[in-house]
Write a protein that binds this ligand. Sequence first.
Ligand code: GAL
Length: 422
Amino acid sequence: METRRRRRAVRLLTAAALLWAASFAAHAGEVEVLHWWTSGSESRSVLELKRLLATQGHTWRDFAVVGGGGDSAMAVLRSRVLAGNPPSAAQIKGPAIQEWGRLNVLADLDDVAAAQKWDARLPAVVASVMKVHGRYVAVPVNVHRVNWLWINREALRRTGARAPTTWEEFFALADKMRHAGIVPVAHGGQSWQEFTTFESVVLGVGGADFYRRAFVDLDPAALRSETMTRSLQTFRRIKDYTDPRAPGRDWNVATAMVIKGEAGMQFMGDWAKGEFLAAGQQPGRDFICVSSPGTSRAFIFNVDSFAMFRLKDPAATRAQKALALTIMQPEFQESFNLSKGSIPVGSGVRLDRFDLCAQESSAYFTATAMVNTLVPSIAHLMAQPAPIEHAMREVVAAYWNNDRMTPDEAMTRLVKVSRPRP
Ligand code: GAL
């Protein structure tokens, strides 16, 4: 009697499990995701997203395009869309979301956004970028702070100096590091990295209002000014402290120089912290994060996000929505950002497992928003459409690479390329 009852229970359970699996399979789909997260810490962070998606039965088709800053990824994206074969999701950010949205190729995520209350959970400065004509078409992943200076703890100890807060202190420390046989600044000679350093210099020399006038408003009176001259001069001085092998070097290779103590410092957003952590290093003990000189009261933000392309296949659309939903879940926000170096973007995520750099970043993000010193990164496509950003970036890189170009010449070219096309 007992055996028969147990057998029946097992049969029922098996049937229920099969039913459940069948409904699961019916809902399962594939998402092809284009991104440029290929460094050690970046790939590790992406794995987290793949894992969470897989637990829901969906498959992730990886479409990773190598190249920090995403230049190559964006070129590949354009050709795929033009060929009528867009990926399900692509790492697109800032004003580019609006541009793709206006072409009417992006999917509407308003149902997911309503279910997870994105409007209430996201800072206004982020939510507005994710929407086109008032509807969500992209999901934010994180908030990176760009204006950081990363310092090898041991290199700092050997110089007997403190972490710099002004440009004067920075150059004094760089001199000491050089005397101690350490490359003072780890630099990767690629135009986006030069522009990344430059935006921190402009913020440090001119302050947030000046930064906004120059890079958000593209005001010619700011782009050609005494403050911009000083910014360009300071920028060029930094180059003296880099090594001759910098040209072409990837950003994470430059970070590795600081990790190993071959170099003392690096200007880079906090995705660099992901590399320190992946190498088993800890802030305070092995490396130090400080605001780049003169920028402690300001914040250059860089928000990563995924835009979804409109698809015909219902299973693929379901998988796409599952991806958006997963990204905004506190569990993902915590685990992903712990390894990526950034901070969570939506409210409702606890920060106790985050390190001091992240806690500082989070506090600054809120505080700088209140006093209006929170500014978008131009080098990371948050401030201008890609064509203007690229043109300005090439001027800055040309100036960095050609010591004969004067600040005056650079400013004339900056004004010229930033004019709206007729
Ligand atoms: C940025 C991106 C970061 C990081 C970095 C280096 O544009 O926002 O998440 O990936 O490029 O690749």
